[in-house]
Design a protein around this ligand. Structure first.
Ligand SMILES: Cc1cc2nc3c(=O)[nH]c(=O)nc-3n(C[C@H](O)[C@H](O)[C@H](O)COP(=O)(O)OP(=O)(O)OC[C@H]3O[C@@H](n4cnc5c(N)ncnc54)[C@H](O)[C@@H]3O)c2cc1C
Length: 482
């Protein structure tokens, strides 16, 4: 006969620290059954390949953590409601706790689940453990959602000093018998063709890896963040994004550690905090404008004449073969490591949406599959930002020049040399524009354009003119944008 226990349904909160769902279950006093449900759902919820890699390793890490404190991670697959019903029946659980997700389809699913479970008399509670502020609770004085970052952040940042976090869970009461668990390997989250070799060098998924990243960042990089964060050859940013996405560390813990370790927050750290603020803003926008993963926030862009059917340009972009070294370096970093530096994300995004005039939506889909930090809110905001069609976006007419961006942010060419080794022997003046290099320079560097490295697939100056003309054609005016 099953006895009473509490189920903790884990989603994107794969940690033991600052874990309100576990804390509530512990406080209730009954045995605790941690469960992760793999839905294999389609739509926006479908995992990209790089995210699936991360999830596999993150679940492995969490499973070990739980074993170390005398518990276990139960893995089940299927439709959430069905799986939970089954588990409740098997275990006799009378309480279910979880951390909320804020993507549109999760909001609907969780609301439905909540009322069904409550109707059956279960104790149910869900918590915000992934964002500093519930997206629905932040609004302008007139009660509308913010669409510009600066006032959004100004309105919430005074509340940062009151942020708190719950202590790490050190023990969980185990049930007399454990329900069966599926095998993680059987979920086949890892690739069948091994393209993930570079991921292992770069990442340690799991809570310990997240803590280590934060510790490293707070030791050094945070003090030069304002300048170094723009230079992709340096480790000038925290690289916490996949850990944050999978909830291996909470933003609350990051804010607290920053305050506790640095005392008075220096300007560089303040800028870092505002990047965490952009993550909040992204979720705020997605919450209030749930159509944005499919549609531009600025409706006028629905009429934009994106280029369709450009398989060779698309292939060149995705494979890092455009002939523009900084773009190619970024796309190859993405493919090899599942991550790309923010500055370079903006450059490759501008190149796709402006030089090639391929829709931001296609770019977002590629990133969704290839990024280990693929996040519906941040990816949508990021792509609509570069495409000029989103909240607080860079205007479409501001077109990044891939040569001058490279020269400015990778002045020594180290980033390009790392990811585009066939150009490594070019000297600095030509590393970002090999097509302009004198013949002797190319010969000396062993570069044969069109053979060892592609000639540019578009002429940036001409592409810029064409992009501006396309932009004119939708006759964007401020009044039409809102
Ligand atoms: C086209 C495009 C697509 C993007 N797609 C994603 C995505 O799918 N997932 C994702 O997490 N970020 C995305 N970003 C935002 C940003 O590039 C990454 O968050 C950042 O590069 C992660 O590196 P980091 O952890 O070292 O960042 P840090 O500079 O150390 O920043 C700390 C944290 O703040 C958050 N953050 C920083 N910048 C942004 C931003 N512009 N928008 C939202 N959150 C931010 C991240 O959680 C990050 O881990 C995208 C940006 C662009 C331009």
């Amino acid at each position: 006969m099953p006895s009473d226990c509490s189920i903790v349904w884990l989603q994107r909160d794969l940690r033991l620290d600052d874990q309100p769902a576990f804390a509530a279950a512990v406080a209730r006093g009954q045995p605790v059954i941690p469960v992760f449900i793999h839905s294999g759902a389609g739509g926006n919820g479908a995992l990209g390949s790089a995210s699936a890699w991360w999830l596999h390793h993150s679940l492995t890490a969490l499973g070990s953590q739980l074993e170390n404190i005398g518990s276990r991670l139960i893995l089940r697959s299927g439709e959430t409601q069905t799986v939970l019903d089954q588990l409740i029946q098997e275990t006799g659980a009378t309480a279910v706790y979880w951390s909320r997700r804020y993507e549109p389809e999760h909001i609907v699913r969780e609301q439905h689940l909540l009322s069904k479970l409550r109707q059956r008399g279960l104790t149910v509670a869900r918590f915000n453990s992934s964002l500093l502020f519930e997206p629905g609770e932040v609004q302008t004085r007139t009660g509308t959602p913010y669409q510009v970052f600066t006032p959004f952040w100004k309105s919430v940042s005074p509340r940062l000093s009151a942020i708190s976090a719950q202590p790490e869970i050190k023990a969980l009461r185990r049930p007399a018998t454990w329900p069966a668990s599926e095998s993680l390997t059987a979920w086949q989250l890892l690739p069948s063709i091994p393209w993930d070799g570079g991921f292992y060098h770069r990442w340690t998924p799991g809570e310990a890896g997240a803590r280590q990243r934060l510790k490293q960042f707070l030791k050094n990089a945070v003090f030069q963040y304002a300048t170094d964060r723009n230079h992709p050859a340096q480790t000038g940013t925290s690289r916490l994004s996949p850990h944050l996405h999978f909830g291996e560390i909470s933003p609350h813990r990051i804010v607290l550690e920053l305050h506790q370790q640095l005392g008075v927050i220096p300007d560089d750290a303040r800028i870092f905090l505002s990047e965490i603020g952009w993550r909040e803003f992204a979720h705020h926008i997605l919450y209030h404008f749930p159509q944005t993963p499919q549609e531009p926030l600025r409706k006028v862009f629905q009429r934009f004449p994106w280029n369709q059917n450009q398989p060779s340009e698309w292939r060149a972009w995705t494979h890092g073969q455009t002939g523009y070294p900084i773009v190619d370096a970024g796309m190859r970093e993405l493919w090899t490591t599942g991550w790309m530096h923010n500055r370079v994300r903006m450059i490759v995004g501008s190149f796709l949406t402006k030089d090639l005039r391929i829709s931001w939506y296609e770019g977002a889909r590629w990133f969704w599959d290839t990024l280990v930090d693929a996040d519906l809110a941040s990816n949508t905001l990021g792509w609509q930002w570069v495409g000029g069609c989103g909240a607080d976006a860079a205007p479409y007419f501001r077109i990044f020049n891939p040569v001058s961006q490279g020269e400015k942010f990778d002045a020594t060419g180290d980033y390009v040399r790392r990811w585009v080794p066939e150009l490594a022997r070019l000297s600095n003046p030509w590393i970002h524009q090999p097509w302009n290099a004198p013949d002797w320079e190319l010969t000396q560097a062993g570069v044969r354009l069109g053979e060892t490295y592609p000639a540019p697939i578009v002429d940036h100056a001409k592409a810029r003119v064409a992009a501006l003309a396309a932009f004119q054609s939708i006759k964007v005016t401020d009044s039409q944008c809102d």
